[in-house]
Design a protein around this ligand. Sequence first.
Ligand code: TXA
Ligand code: MG
Length: 346
Amino acid sequence: MYYNWEEKTNTDELKVVCNLIKNGELVIFPTETVYGIGANALDENAVGKIYAAKGRPSDNPMIVHLADKRKIEDIAQNITEVEQKLIDNFMPGPFTLILEKKDVIPDIVTAGQNTVAIRIPDNIIARGIITYAGVPVAAPSANISGKPSGTNIQDIRKELEGKVSAIVDGGKTKIGLESTVVKVVNEIPVILRPGAVTPEEIDEVIGNVIIDGNVFKRLDYNAKVESPGMKYKHYSPNTKCKLIYCKDELDQIFYLKKYVNEYKRNVVVIGFNEHEEKLSLPKERFICVGPKDDYEEIAKNIFSALRQADKIEPEIILIEGLKKEGIGLAIMNRLLRTCEYDYIEK
Ligand code: TXA
Ligand code: MG
């Protein structure tokens, strides 16, 4: 079933959706980061259905979503002072914390690890669903495994319709990139996946932060890593992609033009509003993601732009990169995987 709650949550429909979750069915719902494909985290069968619907590798654990900080101790234990500070400062929000798990969380959720990833979304619809379902909700991003995360219902319906019991439409997601994933090791917060909560913000609260070495490293399929989700080909359309980032704007335009010509204009460029007319491509072959300095706007639009570009079936998708600062770090982390590390950085 499809429910549109973009204007307002319908309470009768909310009951239906929450009963589906309680009864072990899958529901797609919005959060402030990206859409999630959710199931009762305490129900092994239900969680198994998520892996099947997404075609997700079974060694990739899921984030468990709660509506309230007081519920954290139902599923996690031995929370340290640093972890508590992170909870107090960044939850609810686009922030996921890896904690030691309690036995109630089945192994299938955590892919056998003794830790569980916990997030409290800052989105009214998500919180309503989790509250009234009355159970923790396991939810990876709503997309087929390896594809860009779903940030609007049109994209998601094409990919996942028929594989879930209900789809809740809450409009385009506010942030557009997945949450920052953090694990505290020896009292130091380690960022396993960058997101809207930046290293600078974490450093301000704890006085220390490390970005895991794997964030910008190419990982092979047998690698053992803290955050297994980071090792797969990810965020990728079917078309080959190339990432282009030059500090100097004239260089940037030079390289864009060079590749547009090299591929005899059979390209789609995902780029900044200011650069559209410099390339004089047909309108559908230049997808604007926002003004070049508006990283928040770019984050919001990047995943749907990748899907839109793919539909045109060019020989290559050329993507403009940006500074690894603020949310730019998270955008570049995703785009490097999108391009399978085919990039130019000058
Ligand atoms: O914003 C988000 O985080 C979205 C929304 C729906 O909440 N969810 C999301 O889930 O992006 P997913 O499954 O696409 O990404 C979860 C990431 C993966 O990289 C996974 O490997 C990592 O979190 N992860 C989950 N549990 C973990 C654990 N116990 N230890 C280390 N990494 C973990
Ligand atoms: Mg995902």
